[in-house]
Design a protein. Structure first.
Length: 135
C-alpha cells in the first residue's frame, strides 16, 4: 500500500470508493462531485497496486486552519492501517497549521477511538463548541 498526493482525479475510481462506504449524498450530482476534488486544498489517495482503496480530502486555507473533510477506506481494507497512513501523510504535510478540525457523526463511535489515537479531541474537551448548519 502506498499513499500519494493526488494531482489528477479518476472520477470513476473515486465514485467507486464513495459508493463502497455508502457515502451516496456526494454522488447525486456528477458535476459537483467532480468539482469538489479540484476545489479542495489537497487530496491523498491510498493505493493497493493501481486500486484506490482510501482517500483523505482536505479543505481550508492550509496556513491557519485545516479541515479534514473526508477520510474513507474501502470496507475490505478497513482496520489495516490505511486510514492512519492517510491521516499521518496529510497531517505531516500541514504540521505548521495550528487548528485542525474534523466533524464526524456522533453515532460512529468506532471511529472516535481512531481519531483520538491520532491526537484529536472532542470539542467539549477543549472548551470549544462547534456549530453546524445543514440544508
Amino acid at each position: 500500500m502506498h499513499v500519494t498526493k493526488l494531482t489528477r482525479y479518476d472520477i470513476d475510481a473515486l465514485r467507486s470508493l464513495y459508493e463502497s462506504v455508502d457515502w451516496v449524498n456526494y454522488l447525486k450530482d456528477d458535476a459537483r462531485f467532480a468539482r469538489m476534488f479540484s476545489a479542495s486544498l489537497a487530496c491523498y489517495g491510498a493505493y493497493e497496486g493501481d486500486e484506490l482503496i482510501g482517500l483523505i480530502r482536505l479543505v481550508g486555507d492550509g496556513e491557519h486552519i485545516l479541515y479534514i473533510q473526508d477520510i474513507l477506506v474501502k470496507p475490505d481494507h478497513q482496520t489495516k492501517g490505511v486510514g492512519k497512513h492517510l491521516m499521518n501523510r496529510a497531517l505531516d504535510d500541514y504540521l505548521h497549521v495550528r487548528q485542525k478540525v474534523l466533524i464526524t457523526d456522533i453515532a460512529d463511535t468506532h471511529v472516535h477511538a481512531f481519531y483520538a489515537s491520532l491526537g484529536f479531541m472532542r470539542s467539549q474537551d477543549k472548551n470549544v463548541v462547534c456549530f453546524v448548519k445543514f440544508n
